[in-house]
Write a protein that binds this ligand. Structure first.
Ligand code: ZN
Length: 135
């Protein structure tokens, strides 16, 4: 798959700080309950920290108590790319930014959260940047 935004690895390294690079470009996971947006309730739009694409909104953010920001739906279905992830001896569904291919987190289904989709997009805070709604 090719992405609208593609950059050589050294450019990503230069543009992102080491922690951002590790998650966005190397699919690391930030430690639970440490991300800046875990409990954020501010109204606004969450964009990709690597390329700025709008990915999630506060409308679908919910309290999952899992330690990472959780959303039950992306802003637009085609804003994210879902990829099967068989790392760490598990089969999970990785969530990537559809514009630049950066790693965001994973999506889980059927966990019984009282949300309209029964899905939990478990997203690293460091992959996102919140733009608070004006007014
Ligand atoms: Zn992106």
């Amino acid at each position: 798959m090719s992405y609208d935004v593609e950059k050589p690895d050294e450019q990503w390294r230069a543009e992102l700080n080491p922690a951002e690079y590790a998650v966005l470009r190397q699919a690391a996971t930030e430690p639970a309950f440490t991300g800046e947006y875990t409990d954020t309730k501010t109204q606004g739009v969450y964009s990709c920290r690597a390329c700025g694409a709008e990915l999630f909104t506060s409308e679908t953010k919910f309290e999952s108590h899992c330690g990472w920001p959780s959303f039950y739906d992306p802003k637009d279905t085609d804003a994210v790319e879902l990829v099967e992830d068989r790392s760490h001896g598990m089969v999970r569904t990785e969530v990537r930014c559809a514009r630049c291919g950066s790693h965001l987190g994973h999506v889980f289904a059927g966990e019984g959260y009282p949300t309209p989709t029964d899905q939990r997009y478990c997203i690293n805070s460091i992959s996102l940047r919140l733009t608070p709604q004006e007014g």
